[in-house]
Design a protein around this ligand. Structure first.
Ligand code: ADP
Ligand code: MG
Ligand code: MG
Length: 909
């Protein structure tokens, strides 16, 4: 990296600032907003911010060179603070004290380090004591400083994870000797003693002398903040939140103000609206005679800022009004003037930023100072409510309201959730992948048929499996939630659960499943069938016992947001649905059609599976046709249900796709049952099952390869689809069937299937005396199909990108086996994200763009959509918008997410 010339340090103070709110990339969120607050007349102590670029330079050229690089600018800026405060850093009579704070572009609360009261030594502290006439305060500031500096810069850490903080240990000892309980009871002499003991401990345990020189302290603190960018928890937080390491942290150095100068001083944290519910009520917590993190640290019980908040809090705690008013008064009561000023300024800040603000303030002897403001973090529910409220209040416009909501956070609104209060007492067993969000609890069962049985007997069950298979579908549907030991985010269990809107934790590797004993073992702990567990599919946590859940209610604000999305979006959102129930759920969420109906799921019901197996066992076309004839009425009814649920909207039905071996049992008991049902020998069944087994089933006899070898299957399904449509039409419904040929890689594969479909359609229409408009299209899920899309589009009327298979075949990663190497790939940054979750725009995206372009070159009106898991993933939806697709299709519970993402793509243009 070439050294940039120019400014590395930006000052602020006294209503002026060199930075601005929109410079968060350079100054970090904290620094940029401190500058902005100055500019809009909010009282902020003066200071300066060293840019995030310097952090990168620090890691590039090292400590010494960076210090040399910014020395002049820092010294000049320090002068600036001295001039504005009329104090002098390191001065024995009139000392200036500083705080040194971290601040990245994205807020990373508590992840990096901050040092307060910097600039004190044995001489300066005496000056401070004399000047303030408050020696206790001076020594309290001093001991806090030595403690923070000793921890952050000199790295005196606990020796082991069992040991408590060495400084706290010393404080405890001193309190014990004195026979007092709280820090506030320590007197000047005790605090003096603490400073000495702290310094001794630092020297003894780190071998380093505590620096007396304030300038040395300052540089030590600045560099420690840069170092804290790379501490473990900051790295982990960045990984979880997807914050790039290159962003770096800024360092803000500013004059201290003191909330610990007595009864007219205080410190607090407040929010302009409720971050949990979104309600437009000012709220927060404060402490008299306290400093910095005391409010959040939990050493003293913080009090509520507003009177209403205080009463509500006391109510929850079971504290009487009298006790509350005397022991825990609100700021509104205890410091009414300060409260009024605070309230006015928080309103001003929210109006300025036009979003809910999370603020830090300090009162020093009756003077209010703001120390931080940022857009507050919030729940999904609060996110929607705040955006819609701000819109109604005229603070933001419609497009901004859409942009303010994070699509994935809508999920929280749609699924049942754990009761937060009871969650705290729950015992966490292990963690897996957050495969399908929501909360669920129930009794452990290991087999799908047990899930069904137990459910019918009135039990709530969690289906626990090594992994699930299509045979488990019915059991999965009856379970409250699904836990698997193997498989990733696109494993069968995960995909199906998301489709059902059912909670699922997948790939929980620590869970050892013993089907025989019907137990699971997790880290030495045994749980038996019938014992209760609880799953949080939103974060992958697994708990012992039963945690009560509450259903998520859809608010009017949610509905209003969705309406707003429809107003701006170009991309339509359909749903992947195999049952009328799913279709209805999705249509309530605003889906305008079915983008993918997987017909194979319909074959697993009892009688259907028997007919299906008869077909598989059949020796010839005639035998197959006989069996298929039995399936026909079932299929027809299934399709009628779907067309009814999606009346007036397109329903895209995919012809049979999975390899036939998925429909036959692989265990002896199952084969025996099948033999009995079919009236043939177990041997016959075994042979047939064996003959169906393949080395690479995903690349084997499946998709249109089935239809092309057994055209009678295609014919039967076509007949079922179109008969259903004709019959409904006669009842006054308006069905729009689309028939989709899967896994096409060669135009002739499609042509042959199309011929079968059209021939059967002609027959059905003749019989019914009625014609239905329908489309025949294909899935683009094999790279060769994308490459030859212009050929395929001469026949196909629409394309649906099956991005699960397309990703699988473009990368050559088996999506069922990716769990064995994906974590390593992510760790080593070989892959940034799981390509089965987030569409790979560079590779797979190129194939999509190419196929759309080629396809429309021969058929300009070609309808294009996507029906993989990506159809409900926001960044992928935005890609689809740019690629000019007509629609995305996703599982029902993803429909609102896709609608919001699609609207955002449109308004961001
Ligand atoms: P974080 O980013 O972890 O919130 P901060 O840099 O905001 O860390 O600092 C933590 C706390 O220290 C703040 O909440 C504030 O109360 C206190 N603080 C920071 N700077 C000052 C200052 N100049 N004067 C008084 N208190 C300060
Ligand atoms: Mg803070
Ligand atoms: Mg496929």
């Amino acid at each position: 990296m070439a050294m940039k010339d120019g400014k590395r340090v930006y000052t602020f103070g006294n209503g002026q600032a060199e930075g601005r709110a929109d410079m968060r990339n350079e100054l970090g969120g904290k620094g940029a907003n401190l500058a902005e607050m100055n500019l809009i007349g909010v009282p902020v102590p003066p200071g300066f911010t060293i840019t995030t670029d310097v952090c990168n330079e620090y890691y590039e050229i090292g400590h010494d060179k960076v210090v040399a690089l910014i020395k002049d600018e820092v010294e000049r800026s320090l002068k600036h603070i001295e001039n504005l405060t009329n104090q002098k850093f390191g001065d024995a009579e009139n000392p200036l004290l500083l705080s040194v704070r971290s601040g990245a572009r994205a807020s990373m609360p508590g992840m990096m380090d901050t040092i307060l009261n910097l600039g004190l030594n044995d001489t300066v502290v005496e000056g401070l004591a004399k000047k303030t006439g408050n020696p206790r305060f001076a020594y309290d500031a001093y001991r806090r400083f030595v403690q923070m500096y000793g921890d952050v810069v000199m790295e005196l850490k606990p020796a082991s994870k069992e040991e408590i903080d060495p400084f706290e240990e010393i404080i405890e000892k001193v309190k014990e000797e004195k026979g007092v309980n709280t820090d506030n009871e320590l007197e000047t002499e005790d605090l003096k003693k603490l400073v000495k003991l702290f310094k001794d401990a630092i020297l003894e345990r780190t071998g380093k002398q505590f620096p007396d020189d304030p300038i040395e302290q300052l540089w030590g603190a600045i560099c420690a903040v840069f170092d804290s960018w790379m501490n473990e928890r900051a790295i982990l937080y960045r990984k979880m939140e997807g914050i790039p390491q290159e962003w770096g942290t800024a360092v803000t150095v500013m004059a201290m103000v003191f909330g610990n100068m007595g009864e007219t001083s205080a410190t607090g944290v407040c929010f302009s609206r409720n971050a949990a519910t979104g309600e437009n009520v000012f709220n927060g917590e404060w402490l008299v005679n306290a400093q910095g993190e005391d409010v959040v640290a939990g050493i003293r019980t913080p009090q509520q800022i507003t009177l209403a908040g205080s009463r509500h809090w006391a109510d929850l705690q079971g504290i009487s009004e009298e006790e509350r008013a005397t022991k825990y008064p609100s700021m509104e009561e205890a410091m009414p003037d300060m409260y009024k000023e605070l309230d006015a300024l928080q309103t001003k800040l929210e109006e300025h930023y036009r979003d809910m603000q999370d603020m830090e303030f300090t009162v020093q002897e009756g003077k209010l100072w703001f120390l931080q403001t940022r857009n507050g973090k919030r729940t999904g529910a609060a996110m929607v409510k705040i955006a819609m409220d701000l819109l109604r209040e005229g603070n933001i416009d419609e497009k901004t309201a859409i942009k303010r909501c994070e699509p994935l956070k809508l999920d929280e609104l749609l699924h049942p959730v754990f009761n937060k209060e009871t969650l705290n007492q729950a015992k966490e067993l292990t963690r897996g992948l957050p495969a399908s969000p929501g909360a669920a609890c129930g009794q452990i069962v290991f087999f799908a048929d047990d899930a069904e049985k137990w459910h019918h007997d009135g039990h709530k069950v969690i289906l626990v499996r090594l992994e699930t298979s299509p045979e488990d579908l019915a059991g999965m549907a009856e379970a409250e939630g699904i836990l698997t030991a193997r498989g990733g985010m696109t494993s069968h269990a995960a995909v199906v659960a998301r489709g059902m809107g059912k909670c699922c934790v997948s790939g929980a590797g620590a869970v050892n499943v013993d089907y025989k004993k019907r137990i699971i073992e997790i880290d030495g702990q045994i749980l038996k069938e019938g014992e209760y567990i609880s799953l949080n599919g939103t974060n992958g946590h697994v708990y012992k016992g039963e945690i009560p859940t509450q259903a998520a209610e859809l608010s009017d604000d949610f509905a209003a947001l969705m309406d707003l999305c429809s107003k701006y979006t170009h991309l339509q959102v359909r749903t992947n649905a195999d049952t009328p129930h799913d279709a209805e759920v999705a249509s309530r969420f605003g889906a305008v059609g079915i983008g993918l109906c997987r017909t194979e799921h319909m074959f697993f019901d009892n009688e259907k599976i028997i007919a299906m197996r008869e077909m598989i066992l059949a020796e010839d076309a005639e035998g197959r046709e006989r069996a298929l004839a039995k399936l026909l009425p079932y299929q027809k009814e299934d399709f009628k249900g779907l067309f009814r649920a999606m009346n007036g909207y397109p329903v895209n039905v995919r012809l049979l796709d999975p390899p036939l071996h998925e429909f036959v049992p692989h265990d002896t008991l199952g084969q025996q049952t099948m033999a009995d049902q079919m009236g043939v020998s177990v041997e016959t069944i075994k042979q047939r099952v064996e003959s169906l087994s393949e080395h690479n089933p995903m690349l084997g006899h499946r998709g249109c390869r089935l239809g092309n070898t057994f055209p009678e299957i295609t014919a039967m399904q076509t007949r079922a689809i179109l008969m259903a449509a004709c019959e409904l039409k006669k009842e006054g419904f308006d069905p729009h069937p689309e028939i989709m040929v899967p896994l096409v890689g060669n135009v002739h594969e499609f042509e042959n299937q199309e011929r079968v479909i059209r021939a059967e359609a002609a027959k059905v229409f003749a019989e019914q005396g009625l014609e239905i408009t329908f489309k025949v299209g294909t899935m683009i899920e094999i790279p060769r199909a994308a490459l030859t899309a212009d050929k395929i589009a001469t026949h196909a009327e629409y394309f649906s990108f099956g991005t699960n298979d397309l990703t699988q075949m473009t990368f050559g990663y088996s999506r069922d086996d990716i769990a064995s190497f994906l974590p390593v790939y992510l760790e080593k940054k070989i892959l940034k994200v799981d390509p089965f979750q987030v569409l790979d725009q560079k590779g797979v995206g190129q194939l999509i763009n190419m196929a759309v372009e080629k396809g429309r070159s021969v058929r300009p009106e070609l309808k294009c959509g996507i029906c993989g898991e990506h159809g409900g993933e926001p960044s992928s939806v935005k890609f689809c918008h740019k690629a000019g697709l007509n629609y995305v299709s996703c599982s029902p519970f993803r429909v609102p997410i896709a609608r919001l993402a699609a609207a955002q793509a449109a308004v961001e243009e």
